[in-house]
Design a protein. Structure first.
Length: 201
């Protein structure tokens, strides 16, 4: 059994924590976050290799049960630290993408006593990534000349329309130049940059 102070720490972690015994390869602990995310508590008779079937863990974008040889928990039982981000939980409410990190737990003599997996719901991160991809696509494909500059007034991103407008062969050629270089009156660049940094417009 895991020490009580250790269990208290695991309950406070805002991520799922799942622990199996190294000798029996059976589950011995899941914190509240793990139970909430998995949708059920421990399956005490399910070996580590069988947990994907029990908890409906599949390879992202498919219905294939997550392979034992790639499971961070199984790899941890072999003494490895391993992480994956291509695992999903199949739930009635939909798919839940996970980032899973597995690590062995050693005793004072260096023997593996347990293996632990810590897993995080990546749904919000994936939503943000999708939003960023969409915004990038809109920025790049716009027929308007768009550019983004840092607080120092140096341009670090432009789209193809901007490059064409200024006669560059590619957007990369326009990057790294100061904003005043694209103004009819370069001396007006300083006040414009200061106003943007101060008021945001």
């Amino acid at each position: 059994m895991l020490p009580e102070p250790f269990l208290g720490l695991l309950e406070a972690i805002p991520a799922g924590v799942f622990v199996v015994d190294a000798q029996t390869r059976l589950p011995v602990y899941a914190n509240r976050a793990a139970v909430d995310l998995l949708g059920r508590g421990l399956a005490p008779d399910a070996a580590a290799e069988d947990l994907p079937q029990v908890y409906q863990a599949v390879v992202a974008g498919s219905d294939e049960p997550y392979p034992p040889e790639r499971q961070p928990l199984v790899r941890a039982l072999a003494g490895e630290h391993h992480q994956v981000d291509d695992m999903e939980l199949k739930k009635e409410s939909g798919r839940v993408p996970l980032h899973v990190v597995g690590a062995p737990i050693f005793d004072a003599s260096g023997a593996i006593t347990h293996a632990a997996a810590v897993f995080f719901d990546m749904s919000e991160r994936r939503r943000i990534e999708a939003d960023l991809r969409l915004k990038t696509q809109v920025f790049e494909s716009s027929i308007a000349a768009n550019s983004v500059a840092g607080v120092d007034g140096v341009i670090h991103t432009v789209n193809h329309a901007f490059a064409r407008l200024w006669g560059f062969a590619s957007p990369q050629e326009a990057v790294g130049r100061p904003v005043p270089a694209y103004l009819a009156d370069p001396s007006a660049g300083g006040p414009i940059i200061e106003a943007l940094n101060t008021t945001g417009r």
